[in-house]
Design a protein around this ligand. Structure first.
Ligand SMILES: C[S@@+](CC[C@H](N)C(=O)[O-])C[C@H]1O[C@@H](n2cnc3c(N)ncnc32)[C@H](O)[C@@H]1O
Length: 234
């Protein structure tokens, strides 16, 4: 487990050095923004972005939290360095270098958790879900967004191409992971990018050699699973 975490840290430090934090902001933008809209934040909550990359979604959520706080954690210290640099002069944001299964937060201290395109990297999901349950308030929610899932056959070409191992789960398995950790599933849906697809800018990608494939891949959307912590803990 520690070896796998070291591998993830190294891999995503390389991504940060290569400027891929910004690439992810552009690529994940619309599905993540839609998810944040669905969270219907009241403005005074504490919200965590798990696997926050360069922190762009934390900054988006912070704008909606004038009386609350937006937290971000990432296993890559270089991603967090960039996140902090990009968030100077913002007093309702905090970033931490941490692994998703060992979070630097008190029990029952976070109202909502967003995780965008990060969950499938965690070496073991059970301890992560347990940790999320620990830090959430009763009634708190997890918003888990993934574009790598079984029902999107195009994304099933990625695991063998990525330099780190990933979980290739499907919709029922995502529900089970949270249910087994004591959560109630309150929703599961596909979130489709609302931005127009421009054929002139198309480049062949993993699993999408043609524009037709790419359009079909995009039409399937990202899988959003919403899980709620349903009982009070003493
Ligand atoms: C594909 S990126 C997505 C980043 C960001 N959520 C976004 O949408 O731009 C996945 C992120 O998850 C982080 N990550 C991977 N494994 C992690 C772990 N075990 N704990 C915390 N973060 C992790 C990586 O360092 C990386 O920044």
């Amino acid at each position: 487990m520690e070896d796998r975490k070291a591998q993830l840290r190294e891999e995503f430090n390389e991504w940060a050095d290569a400027g891929r934090g910004e690439g992810m902001r552009k690529g994940h933008w619309d599905m993540t923004v839609q998810t944040i809209e669905k969270m219907e934040l009241a403005g005074d909550e504490t919200v965590l972005d798990l696997g926050c990359g360069n922190g762009w979604a934390v900054r988006e959520m912070a704008k909606l939290l004038p009386d609350g706080k937006a937290l971000g954690i990432d296993i890559s210290e270089k991603m967090i360095e960039e996140a902090r640099e990009k968030s100077e002069n913002t007093d309702n944001i905090e970033f931490y270098v941490a692994s998703a299964d060992e979070l630097p937060f008190d029990d029952n201290s976070v109202h909502h958790i967003l995780s965008a395109e990060s969950f499938y990297y965690y070496p073991e999901l059970e301890p992560v879900v347990e940790e999320l349950h620990r830090i959430l308030t009763s009634g708190g929610t997890v918003w888990c967004l993934v574009d790598l899932y079984k029902e999107n056959r195009y994304s099933m070409t990625w695991p063998e191409k990525l330099d780190v191992p990933v979980h290739a789960l499907g919709e029922p398995e995502y529900r089970e992971v949270f249910e087994q950790g004591g959560f109630k599933i309150t929703g599961q849906e596909r979130v489709v990018d609302r931005r127009p697809i421009d054929e002139e800018r198309f480049k062949p990608g993993w699993g999408t050699p043609t524009f037709k494939d790419y359009k079909e891949y995009k039409s399937l959307g990202s899988l959003l699973t919403v899980a709620r912590k349903t009982f009070s803990e003493s």
